[in-house]
Ligand binder design. Structure first.
Ligand code: SF4
Ligand code: FES
Length: 363
């Protein structure tokens, strides 16, 4: 192995199929069809190579991973490779017997998504009835005694109920509540004007998190970078900590990187994970600091935030190598500031464009 530090985590997106229609979905506009998905044996090889490379944790995700009938075999393959496994699920389809099968296969933890604290809001955001199924899934996870994280994507339609969301997480027995402000990639970019919160909502939410931290479930909160003027060290740096493998085997340094059309993302059907991590041009494109242009080049924060988010730079400027416009030093910062200001302007908020059932996922 070269001198490169190994990846810590593998995000295994085993399918793009999903029963929900969330407007903030970060999956790409063009979803992978079922007929193009990797098979069980492919995933077995990928997990083996990941473990050899140094990966310690696999997030088995989607879409909805429970829509794969072989999800227990896939979890078992990761467990046999010696990798800690987390199922990332909407909860739809997570019965006690299904979870038993996953536990037998070696599942270590579950992250359950929730859209809002109350049934009407949660079902409205998910685009279908799903709140009750999530409550039942939470009970099943808790009864199994597994480490349990609740993940809630935040935006202008649920931020005002943050205290209730935290209370619900505690009532459902979550060990940890991840309060993930919406990132505008993939489908979420299409719904940006409908989802962007006001500065006032964010300030109140931040105060709630400060007040509630230290009691009840662990709270994980990151202020959205559109409002801070400070970019996030996205993914802990490009190609530094994790690998995403999409349903068709496309390997990415970040789950949102599909959109960067200029990069030749490798496929695990053709390359080993070691080659992907160490040699592939796409993973090396934004490592280190030599690629940096503009203010990042001489900035004292360049080893701290790695120039911000490549996918955001690409989405907003068309050039993934530019300084992230979320940075107040970026010549493109007005793009982000104008959007944040517009969210608080009192203008009419557009309706959601939901992900349509099965769109792009047919065999
Ligand atoms: Fe980070 Fe670049 Fe902004 Fe400096 S100029 S704070 S390195 S994004
Ligand atoms: Fe892809 Fe930030 S989301 S690098």
């Amino acid at each position: 192995m070269s001198g490169m530090a190994p990846p810590w985590a593998l995000l295994a997106e085993i399918t793009h199929a999903c029963p929900l229609h969330c407007p903030y979905c970060s999956n790409p506009l063009e979803l992978v069809r079922k007929s193009a998905e990797l098979g069980t044996g492919d995933w077995e090889r990928v997990f083996g190579e990941a473990a050899d490379l140094g990966v310690v944790q696999a997030h088995i995700s989607g879409g909805e991973p429970l829509l794969r009938p072989d999800v227990a075999e896939i979890v078992g393959a990761a467990a046999r490779a010696g990798v800690y496994t987390q199922l990332v699920t909407s909860g739809l389809g997570l019965s006690a017997s299904r979870l038993d099968g996953l536990l037998d296969a070696g599942l270590n933890s579950v992250q359950l998504s929730l859209q809002d604290a109350r049934r009407p809001g949660s079902d409205f955001i998910a685009g279908r009835e799903s709140y009750e199924a999530k409550a039942e899934a939470a009970a099943v996870i808790r009864a199994a005694g597994l480490p349990f994280g609740l993940n809630v994507v935040l935006h202008r339609h649920n931020l005002d109920r943050l205290a209730e969301i935290i209370d619900l997480g505690a009532a459902w027995g979550a060990d940890r509540v991840e309060l993930a402000n919406t990132q505008f990639y993939g489908w979420a970019l299409r719904n940006r004007a409908a989802l962007l919160p006001t500065r006032g909502q964010l300030e109140r939410a931040k105060a709630t998190v400060e007040e509630r931290s230290g009691s009840g479930p662990e709270l994980v909160w990151v202020m959205p970078d559109y409002y801070e003027g400070v970019p996030k060290p996205c993914m802990g740096g490009w190609g530094r900590r994790s690998i995403t493998v999409g349903p068709d085997g496309t390997a990415l340094p970040c789950p949102a990187a599909y959109a960067i059309a200029e990069l030749p993302f490798p496929n695990v059907r053709e390359h080993s994970l070691a080659w992907v991590w160490e040699e592939s041009p796409a993973f090396n494109a934004y490592r280190g600091t030599d690629w940096m242009t503009g203010p990042c080049g001489g900035c004292p924060r360049r080893e701290t935030d790695f120039g911000g988010c490549r996918c955001q730079a690409y989405a907003l400027t068309g050039d993934a190598a530019r300084t992230d416009p979320a940075c107040s030093l970026s010549p493109d910062h007005h793009l982000v500031r104008d959007l944040a200001d517009a969210a608080g302007s009192g203008d009419a908020v557009p309706a959601f464009v939901y992900r349509r059932p099965g769109a792009g996922q047919e065999a």
